[in-house]
Design a protein around this ligand. Structure first.
Ligand code: FES
Length: 306
């Protein structure tokens, strides 16, 4: 028997946002739909968003969920969290926020919160005309768990966002490893690699933040603009460009204005609007993870230089 919080039980017994939203032809409003999971796998969630086009804002949302108590409650929490948000702000909602809204979920049910976040992304990317299957790098990269079709990038992301430390945690969050178990050793290796990268990044930050101009210890402070640009360039050079170049594309850092990062996509990356948007978002996700959570990446085409 699972231990659920009062909030989970309340939302499960008294859901207020179940159902669909239809396009009624209302001026300035559009309906977007995102769907994840499958009934055959035990959980499926279809999310409908009513979007105010001018302001790119979510006016209302509804869900249709096939699943357990925590899947229904997570869907309710998701809808309550995203109502009133702009689409960009909604994309920042994490599965952890969904679980926190519920006062927590049993570890083995955390995948329900992940499903909610994925349905939200699917709806927004559908609305923006971006291929959901390639809306970010989750579906690219090495397939680690063939039982559940989970890639390395998806596992890395969930480890980072939720500070997971064991393969069992990963199974609870994205189901990987919960079938035949043959991928569990690889999941352990990925956890180790993510932890090593996080330690290295922390050491670099601490080194740059802990010594002030007189060589004395100082409280941690934000990156200077110069440090930020250097870090962005480093992430692009070491983590983004090699992947793009292998696919016949490339990216160049054009300008940095606060948290707005302007890039020029080249080769195959700049050839169609859909791939451009997808790449922009993939680059943005990586820079948010490695440099600052507030970063927004803009593609500026190929400006003429004098
Ligand atoms: S391959 Fe991951 S559980 Fe079977």
């Amino acid at each position: 028997m699972w231990e659920y919080t009062d909030k989970v039980l309340d939302l499960f017994y008294n859901p207020k946002n179940q159902g669909t939203l239809e396009d009624t032809g209302e001026a300035g409003v559009k309906i977007a739909t995102g769907e994840v999971g499958s009934i055959a796998c035990g959980d499926a969630l279809r999310l409908h968003l009513k979007i105010e086009v001018e302001q790119d804002k979510i006016l209302d949302a509804r869900f249709q969920t096939f699943g357990c108590t925590s899947a229904i409650a997570s869907s309710e929490a998701l809808v309550e969290l995203v109502k009133g948000l702009t689409l960009d702000d909604a994309l920042k909602v994490t599965n952890k926020q969904i679980a926190d809204y519920l006062g927590g979920l049993p570890e083995a049910k955390m995948h329900c919160s992940v499903m909610g976040q994925e349905a939200l992304e699917a709806a927004i990317y559908n609305y923006r005309g971006i291929e959901v299957d390639t809306h970010e790098d989750d579906d690219e990269g090495a397939l680690i768990c063939s039982c559940f079709g989970i890639t390395e990038n998806k596992i890395r992301r969930v480890i980072l966002e939720n500070q997971l430390t064991t393969a069992e945690d990963v199974t609870n969050y994205v189901k990987a490893g919960g079938g035949c178990g043959s991928c569990l050793a690889t999941i352990d290796d990925i956890i180790e690699s993510v932890q090593k990268e996080a330690t290295t990044a922390k050491t670099v930050n601490n080194t740059s933040n802990s010594i002030n101009a007189t060589g004395e210890s100082a409280a941690p402070r934000p990156l200077t603009n110069v440090q930020k640009i250097a870090l962005i360039q480093k992430v692009l050079d070491e983590e983004v460009r090699p992947v793009l170049i292998a696919d016949g594309g490339d990216v160049e850092l054009y300008d940095v204005d606060g948290d707005i990062i302007k890039v020029i996509l080249q080769g195959a990356c700049g050839s169609c609007s859909s791939s451009t948007a997808t790449l922009k978002i993939a680059i943005e996700a990586r820079l948010r993870e490695r440099v600052s959570p507030n970063i927004v990446v803009e593609s500026v085409g190929s400006p003429v230089r004098k």
